[in-house]
Ligand binder design. Structure first.
Ligand SMILES: NC(=O)c1ccc[n+]([C@@H]2O[C@H](COP(=O)([O-])OP(=O)(O)OC[C@H]3O[C@@H](n4cnc5c(N)ncnc54)[C@H](OP(=O)(O)O)[C@@H]3O)[C@@H](O)[C@H]2O)c1
Length: 332
């Protein structure tokens, strides 16, 4: 294949607090694929909260294309395993084209659903909510469940899995429009805007019997309020703590209610999505059934063009997304 021009996003300085556009640079590169290299044109890339701590802790290198989940289409290949026209997922987002020997590619085979769903409800985001709630959280039918960052990608899936299990579900989010989305589209029982209300008071109202499972996405004041209202044998699967990610060392605000864990014998356990890869087939089958039955809905916030990827990340950290934040890099 002849030379390709690919634009990519580099981290050029490490942010102090919320990232700013000047921390990133759009760089144009000329790529010359060898005979054996598979050429992937990236179509969509995922924007994830975990990218923020990685900007500060040296996981993301300066002056090279940033890593991140993406789905692309193979546009040049001599490999029978990865033929031209196939969709693949990989970790080399933040660039328009990716050259590969195949070892980092996973074939994605949509069954009628939009390809983008493999970056959220049918991808890692969905598996995070599924495994976090059912395995780490040991969710039982009919329990009282609180989900923070409930209108986001993981949170909105967690809310719906809990509803499918007959639970009473309360969710927190950062705007009145998201409260409306949670109540009227996602269909949970109680939702509140944590920016304009007391989290502890809202939890008393929304889950008056207390909380059996708190699906933790936020940390800090959310954990403080929820931990104080956990019921006997309650579980707190710790998925993320986004309120801390812009802080030095991702240190969260203090929590004062941990003593409630003692007599109520509450379990708090962190998890990472990689723990659940062996459940992937069962997860995909359940999710496709739920989507087909109208029990699992999703929303996407899509920004266009690689040049907008930094703005998408900065926007995600400020709550500009409902559902999954994605960047479209090329049309299918
Ligand atoms: N353990 C794992 O393997 C794993 C995998 C994926 C994701 N996660 C975690 O899951 C959580 C959600 O991730 P996601 O990809 O689904 O992102 P997301 O919820 O779609 O987007 C992030 C949301 O966080 C909220 N937020 C931002 N700053 C906040 C703050 N200071 N306090 C409260 N809320 C804040 C914003 O919504 P509002 O408008 O509601 O504020 C924003 O829309 C994150 O903590 C992430 O790190 C963990």
């Amino acid at each position: 294949m002849t030379e390709l021009i690919s634009r990519e996003i580099h981290l050029v300085s490490r942010p102090d607090g919320l990232p700013v556009p000047a921390n990133f640079q759009l760089v144009e590169r000329s790529l010359k694929p060898t005979e054996s290299e598979i050429v992937v044109q990236n179509l969509l890339m995922s924007v994830d909260p975990a990218m923020r701590p990685a900007l500060s802790n040296n996981q993301t290198k300066l002056d090279e294309a940033m890593p991140g989940g993406a789905i692309g289409k193979i546009v040049n290949s001599t490999s029978s395993e990865y033929p031209e026209g196939s969709y693949v997922s990989h970790r080399s987002g933040f660039r328009e084209f990716h050259l590969s020997d195949g070892s980092d590619l996973t074939i994605v085979e949509p069954q009628g659903e939009p390809i983008s769903t493999h970056l959220h409800v049918l991808g890692g985001t969905g598996l995070t909510a599924y495994g976090g709630l059912l395995v780490t959280g040991q969710l039982q039918n009919g329990e009282n469940v609180f989900v923070s960052a409930a209108a986001g990608a993981v949170g909105s899936v967690a809310c719906q899995i809990a509803k499918i299990h007959g639970c009473r579900v309360a969710g927190s989010c950062g705007s009145d429009a998201k409260v409306d989305y949670l109540l009227n589209e996602i269909g949970i029982d109680y939702a509140f805007n944590y920016k304009t209300s007391s989290i502890a008071k809202e939890l008393h109202k929304g889950l008056p019997e207390g909380i059996d499972v708190y699906f933790e996405n936020v940390g800090g004041a959310h954990l403080d309020a929820a931990c104080g209202q956990m019921r006997p044998l309650g579980r707190i699967p710790v998925c993320g703590m986004i309120s801390a990610y812009n802080n030095k060392g991702a240190r969260s605000e203090g929590v004062t209610t941990l003593s409630n864990m003692i007599y109520n014998r509450v379990t708090m356990k962190g998890f990472v999505v990689y723990e659940f890869v062996e459940m992937r087939e069962k997860f995909l089958s359940d999710m496709r059934d739920w989507m087909r039955d109208g029990k699992m809905k999703y929303s996407e916030t899509i920004m266009d063009g690689i040049e907008n990827a930094p703005a998408a990340l900065i926007g995600l950290l400020q709550g500009e997304n409902t559902g999954k934040m994605l960047v479209r890099l090329a049309d299918e």
